[in-house]
Design a protein around this ligand. Structure first.
Ligand SMILES: Nc1ncnc2c1ncn2[C@@H]1O[C@H](COP(=O)(O)OP(=O)(O)OP(=O)(O)O)[C@@H](O)[C@H]1O
Ligand SMILES: [Mg+2]
Length: 275
């Protein structure tokens, strides 16, 4: 049996079809994602990453091509939106996180309590303290954690995070990235979208590079990084350590260009300097 949980074949997507402003934003996209994988989707702003996420989560239908989620039940792909404000509706944190449990699944209240407490714990929120707080009065990082908890209560098998660290300070970013890492080790299939690939290096093993609505590269992180480092027009996308290695290499120092880890960079540079 195939282990594929998300399968896009020849997927195209246009907005405003049938109007003068119709535009194709995804063209002939082929992507297969296996159960338990952790994948980073990278690309410059406007390349089509969010559109791809909406399609994968079933929130938009492709204009043409086939998109399947074999072996996954309805609602088993959860998407944490790029802007958490777009998915937080509840008046209080409790109302928001438990909304689908009450309104869609109609679960008994004891079960709702257990799931609520569990989801809060997973995202490092104190369930009792935040219960009656208005989500829109929380900090950006807390709000994003509420949005993630609201997805986790549905126990999705595939989780898509669209720019999960955008607008957060370093501490806020670390909390979210740790949480995503934990979900991955629990066996969830994780897809993280970011135009800042530095955030994805430690949490994903495979990168899919989207350029102008097409898959420009798809492979192990290091291979994609190595190819990007050879492209003058893509240097700004690289993590700063990789950019530094590229610059040193261009200045004639015999160092590898596919490095993003500071310690690895240090030993590679020391080796090249023969010190
Ligand atoms: N609802 C919409 N209606 C019309 N055009 C849209 C809509 N959503 C996105 N687009 C256009 O589709 C293209 C791809 O947008 P998308 O949001 O998927 O890109 P992105 O890679 O996620 O960008 P960013 O990094 O800025 O989030 C852009 O040109 C955008 O203007
Ligand atoms: Mg986007």
């Amino acid at each position: 049996m195939s282990n594929t949980v998300i399968d896009l074949k020849n997927v195209r997507h246009s907005y405003n079809l049938g109007t003068p402003i119709a535009r194709e934003v995804l063209s002939s996209v082929n992507i297969q994602i296996s159960r338990g994988e952790s994948v980073g989707i990278i690309g410059v702003p406007g390349s089509g990453k969010t559109t791809l996420a909406m399609l994968m989560a079933g929130l938009e239908k492709p204009t043409s091509g086939s998109l399947k989620t074999p072996g996954l039940g309805v609602g088993k792909v959860g998407l944490v939106f790029q802007f958490p404000e777009h998915q937080i509706f509840g008046k209080t944190v409790f109302d928001d996180i438990t909304y689908p449990l009450r309104e869609v699944l109609d679960l008994p209240s004891e079960e709702i309590e257990t799931i609520y407490n569990d989801a809060c714990k997973k995202v490092d929120l104190n369930a009792d303290l935040v219960r009656e707080i208005k989500p829109l009065e929380m900090s950006g990082g807390e709000r994003r954690r509420v949005a993630i908890a609201g997805i986790l209560v549905m126990n999705p098998e595939v989780l898509i995070f669209d720019e999960p660290t955008a607008g957060l300070d370093q501490d806020g970013q670390d909390i979210i990235l740790d949480e995503i890492g934990r979900l991955s080790t629990e066996g969830k299939t994780i897809i993280i979208i970011s135009h800042d690939m530095g955030n994805l290096l430690y949490n994903t093993k495979r990168f899919i590079l989207i350029e102008e609505g097409m898959v420009a590269d798809d492979g192990p992180v290091r291979e994609v990084l190595q190819k990007l480092s050879e492209r003058e027009d893509k240097l700004s996308m690289l993590p700063f350590i990789t950019e530094l290695m590229v610059k040193l290499n261009e200045k004639g120092l015999n160092v590898r260009r596919d490095i993003f880890d500071p310690e690895e960079a240090f030993s590679e540079i020391m080796k090249a300097l023969k010190v």
